[in-house]
Design a protein around this ligand. Structure first.
Ligand code: SF4
Length: 465
């Protein structure tokens, strides 16, 4: 964000620019359509309503006893030989990482896909320490080469078309401009194999962490996370404190529900359950495993009685895929790590209300996100909550505030209300919509029906037939 640009203005400009780029819209819409169809099919193969109730209740139980489960998880991890770090802020998490890097004189990092590491700015931090960092997920690798952040929680490069990737790989690796996707994947794999083999630091997130056994569960489709966590001599897992589940057997249910909601798969191609560093006699695995538990605003959100349910999120991306706003803009327009509906309800809590504007308003409130969410987060209710908070804090748009205050005045005075209604039924349509600037943009894309000659109140008075 450039200096002097407000977050709201920056996001509005980014959204406009992206919405005007047909290639982004086409690529995002096509990818999310695919995921939506697959999710619908996958939900239909199970009693998804019951599974979602179970997932909601399990996560709610976990969050309402989070202190106890965090203590249990720490004890389990220590028992497994894992070193545990606690980070209240992003800076604390990065300081813990710096300590590990310096202690082991680490020089090359390979990173499995993790949104939390994006939230914390891990790559830039490592580069500042002189550590070479390579993203191992193919989509993440593509956006890393382009110097862009991911556009989607699950599909970091879904805003790129095949032609975009063909051009990029041609420039970087010399593949043919019409190379098929398999050829592109092979070219990336050849480079990444060397990166895996030369890395001394492997970084991951965690989809879930079972408090009773200290097991870190990771879901993926490409195998890059498994290599990132087993080949380098040090593995560091960044774990948001809300990622716990009470028991290892809960992981089985969450893994299957998350992939169904996300990509429509009954289960990810690779599910890794990490139980600690390599033990005597084992042929692979790191010498040390570190878990950095990250708060970074999460306990503040947990304490918010009206908004805490956002912490149930399992980062499946289903709400992004179905959201009519996200599908037009992609994730970059949201201007921070988490795009789409979940980003709009996490941003006010994790970034602060002012910094997050106008994300709580970037929704039609159609409710489709809540219909698909596997942990039943009431996203529209939480969006309304943050909108109310924004209005109370004087952060809503001036034109909206003026318009609503004028409406309130008119609604309190029947004669004024009637006169305003007569004027509004006549004026904008005589002037082709231009008399109401608020409708100008709206009417560029739509036709408005001719208003009734009489108001409802007149019809009522005359006796509605
Ligand atoms: S809010 Fe629900 S649908 Fe959206 S990413 Fe989180 S779990 Fe998935």
């Amino acid at each position: 964000m450039s200096g002097g640009t407000t977050p709201g203005r920056y996001r509005a400009e980014a959204a406009r620019t992206l919405a005007e780029r047909p290639s982004v819209r086409t690529a995002v819409t096509s990818a999310t359509d695919h995921s939506n169809v697959n999710r619908g099919r996958a939900y239909a193969t199970i009693d998804s309503e019951r599974w979602r109730d179970w997932a909601r209740d399990t996560k709610t139980h976990l969050l309402t006893h989070l202190d106890r489960y965090l203590e249990q998880a720490e004890a389990s991890l220590l028992r497994n030989g894992v070193r545990v770090h606690w980070a209240e802020t992003a800076a604390d998490a990065l300081t813990a990482l710096s300590g590990i890097v310096r202690e082991h004189e680490l020089k090359r990092a390979i990173k499995g896909k993790s949104m939390l590491t994006e939230e914390l700015g891990v790559n830039a931090h490592l580069e500042g320490l002189g550590v070479h960092v390579r993203e191992a997920d193919l989509g993440e690798y593509i956006v890393q080469m382009l110097g862009e952040p991911p556009t989607h929680i699950v599909g970091p490069a879904i805003h790129k078309s095949l032609a975009d990737c063909q051009r990029l790989f041609h420039e970087r690796f010399g593949t043919a401009l019409d190379a098929d996707p398999d050829t592109l994947a092979r070219a990336a794999r050849a480079v990444l194999r060397e990166e895996f083999l030369s890395a001394d630091l492997g970084i991951s997130g965690a989809n879930f962490l079972a408090a009773d056994t200290g097991t870190i569960a990771l879901i993926e489709n490409e195998g890059n996370i498994r290599l990132s966590t087993s080949l380098p001599r040090i593995h560091v897992a960044f774990v948001g404190i809300e990622k716990l589940v009470p028991r290892l057997e809960d992981v089985a249910g969450f893994v299957q529900l998350t992939t169904r909601a996300s990509t429509g798969q009954p289960i990810g191609n690779y599910v890794s359950l990490i139980q600690g560093p390599r033990r005597v006699g084992e042929i692979d695995g790191p010498d040390e495993v570190h878990v950095i538990f990250v708060d970074n605003g999460r306990t503040r959100l947990l304490a918010d009685e009206a908004a805490w349910e956002a912490l149930r999120c399992v980062r499946c991306g289903a709400c992004l895929n179905i959201c009519p706003v996200y599908r037009q803009t992609g994730g970059h327009a949201y201007g921070w790590t988490y795009g789409g509906p979940i980003g709009a309800i996490l941003a006010p809590a994790l970034l602060g209300l002012e910094e997050s504007m106008p994300l709580p308003f970037a929704s039609t409130l159609c409710g489709a996100c809540a219909d698909v969410c596997p942990v039943r987060i009431p996203i529209p209710d939480l969006l309304l909550h943050w909108r109310e908070r924004a209005v109370e804090a004087g952060l809503s748009s001036t034109s909206e505030a003026v318009g609503l205050s004028a409406f309130t005045k008119a609604a309190e005075h029947p004669a004024l209300f009637g006169a305003a209604g007569t004027l509004l039924r006549w004026l904008p349509w005589r002037a082709g919509g231009r008399a109401l600037p608020i409708l100008g943009g709206w009417l560029q894309e739509r036709s408005a029906p001719e208003p009734s000659a009489k108001s409802f109140r007149q019809l009522w008075k005359d006796g509605i037939e």
